[in-house]
Write a protein that binds this ligand. Structure first.
Ligand code: ARG
Length: 574
């Protein structure tokens, strides 16, 4: 469904083109002076050497707008102010109201997308960096799947490498049963630290660990079995965390680093054949074009280390080749912290030089900043440890339960537990997604769980309150109205806000800047509050009542759908 903004832009674009003699951006946006404003005449004035106001007059004369707008005026140096006709809004809203997908069509040409996200490390606790990757990546998956793209979730688990030597030796020391027990409890850091401590203190242990790495790499069966045990136990634990967090990752989505093992040698051979491989200090490396260090020397991406082992970079190269060639992906998304930007850019560049990443296929880094504590430093527990994600979720849910109990003591025990879960988990996710992902943000319980402001509980509550209007009135709003009447200013504002939904979704599907969707939902909820204060719904009569019920219903659906795309559930009562 074309949005109001698109309709206006299209009409104005033809007029601008006629006046300018070449395509020109009308630059339409929401405005406080009218419904929309187009200030494209200002940019054009410089190019044409004419007064912007004269251009605006010509554009308005050339534009066919009378079937869409009730009023078109020119103000200031040459702004075109557009007031949309109530009928236009009403009939567009009716179309949206009839559509289960709220005007958001499935894409005609689906992309084949791989989303690389979450990617915790075996036998290590998931830290808050993994929280961001998991929450953002999951929103990416939900949004793109909803739009009809083919999405592969690639959980690039850190399940390979030299630390496994010491981890397996430690496992043997304490026995398999005890190891499985510790890991299943989720004491991943404890296990890792114990192994590390022995490794650092005990030379004999260190030697055993070294030999164990060799055995693992050469495929020794017993070693492989023990490695698998470590991986399985960790995977089980991660899956439990995903479930707690309402994240769609399942056991089918683990494509750990080890998955690419057999592809590493062929990758090196291919790079060699292509003439891209160099030797540097005994290691096999590639110097991608355009990357230098501070001294201006070319920067290598290490493919095979001096000891013959493969590194993180080699695995990422094998993965990108696999994703474009075997999975035929044309959009590769990497939901990884910003510190890995350069590494990823280098991987993309090598892949381009090797012919593994060719337009129209493209790779995008969905980078993100850090989560900070109230002290402005990386968020940690008071004792300075990394914070376990499960502990965060538990605390969020407990805090939410207390709030719900206070707000709605009538809710029965089971309902309260479910609402607390949705509100607690939603608060954590929303606090993350509503911030510009490229920035750091401060983890703040009070703020994220507040029922006021741009938070999950506020939006969830706004939706539940609308549903309670229907319950109170014993009504089911009609979804097949021929038109929806909008007359009051508050009604118009809400209506125009709702009509922007498809445009916002489409824009976010490209930028994957979820704070834009979050801010939009917040705008819808506040527009609804203003509408509800000014415009009686249940007390209205006839067509006005029907229309206002439909507006309320659309608001609830936009909020519910929008939150759902962010991976946040919304309880019907709270
Ligand atoms: N396991 C890595 C970490 O914990 C993240 C992996 C990201 N994905 C990738 N394809 N490199 O930092």
């Amino acid at each position: 469904m074309a949005t109001l903004e698109e309709l206006l832009r299209d009409r104005l674009a033809s007029a601008f083109e006629a006046v300018a003699g070449a395509p020109a951006d009308p630059s339409v946006r929401r405005s406080q002076h009218a419904d929309f404003q187009a200030d494209g005449a200002l940019a054009l004035a410089r190019k044409l050497g004419r007064k912007p106001r004269d251009i605006a007059v010509d554009v308005v004369a050339a534009a066919r707008l009378d079937d869409l707008c009730a009023e078109v005026t020119i103000s200031g140096p040459g702004f075109i102010n557009l007031t949309v006709a109530g009928d236009t809004i009403g009939s567009l809203l009716a179309v949206m109201n009839r559509d289960e997908r709220l005007g958001v069509a499935r894409v005609a040409a689906p992309d084949t997308v791989v989303v690389d996200y979450s990617a915790p490390n075996v036998a290590k606790e998931m830290h808050v960096g993994h929280l961001r990757s998991t929450v953002i990546g999951d929103a990416v998956v939900r949004l793109l799947e909803w739009l009809g793209h083919r999405v592969t979730k690639a959980n690039h688990l850190g399940d390979w490498g030299t630390p496994f030597g010491m981890l397996i030796e430690h496992l043997l020391d304490i026995g398999e049963t005890e190891a499985a027990h510790e890991l299943s409890l989720g004491d991943l850091n404890g296990f890792y630290r114990a192994a590390r401590a022995k490794f650092d203190a005990d030379d004999a242990f260190k030697e055993r660990a070294r030999l164990r790495v060799v055995a693992l790499q050469s495929g020794d069966e017993q070693t492989r079995r023990l490695w698998r045990l470590l991986v399985d136990e960790s995977e089980k634990y991660f899956l439990a965390v995903y479930e707690r967090l309402d994240v769609c990752l399942t056991e089918k989505d683990f494509f750990g680093e080890s998955f690419y093992n057999d592809m590493l040698t062929p990758v090196v051979e291919e790079l060699d054949r292509l003439g891209l491989l160099r030797e540097s200090d005994g290691a096999a490396v590639v110097f991608p074009d355009g990357f230098t260090n501070r001294e201006g020397d070319p920067l290598p991406i290490i493919v095979r280390k001096r000891d013959g082992g493969f590194g993180y970079g080699a695995t990422d190269l094998a993965a990108i080749r696999y994703r474009t060639q075997e999975l035929a992906a044309n959009r590769l998304l990497y939901v990884i912290g910003l510190p890995q930007r350069q590494h990823l850019e280098m991987v993309y560049e090598v892949a381009r030089e090797a012919g593994w990443l060719r337009a129209p296929a493209r790779a995008q880094h969905i980078g993100f900043g850090s989560v900070l504590g109230s002290d402005g430093k990386i968020f940690r527990s008071r004792a300075g440890d990394t914070i376990k994600l499960v502990d965060l979720v538990d605390e969020a849910v407990a805090r939410a339960a207390a709030l719900i109990e206070e707000k709605n003591p009538e809710l029965d025990e089971a309902a309260r537990a479910e609402v607390a879960r949705l509100v607690g988990v939603g608060a954590i996710k929303y606090a993350d997604l509503s911030n510009d992902r490229t920035r750091d943000y401060v983890f703040d319980w009070k703020r994220m769980l507040s029922f006021d402001g741009n938070t999950a509980p506020y939006l969830q509550y706004a939706r539940a309150r609308i549903l309670s209007i229907f319950r109170r009135g014993g009504v089911t709003p009609a979804r097949d109205l021929a038109t929806i009447t909008v007359a009051e200013p508050a009604e118009r504002t809400l209506a125009i806000e709702l009509l922007a939904f498809p445009g916002v979704v489409t824009e976010v599907a490209e930028s994957l800047d979820f704070h834009r969707l979050a801010n939009y939902l917040y705008g819808v909820a506040t527009a609804f509050t203003a509408f509800y204060e000014k415009c009686p719904v249940l007390k209205a009569a006839g067509a006005e009542r029907e229309s206002r019920l439909a507006l309320s219903d659309l608001t609830a659906r936009v909020l519910g759908t929008g939150l759902g795309l962010l991976g946040i559930g919304a309880p019907d009562r709270m």
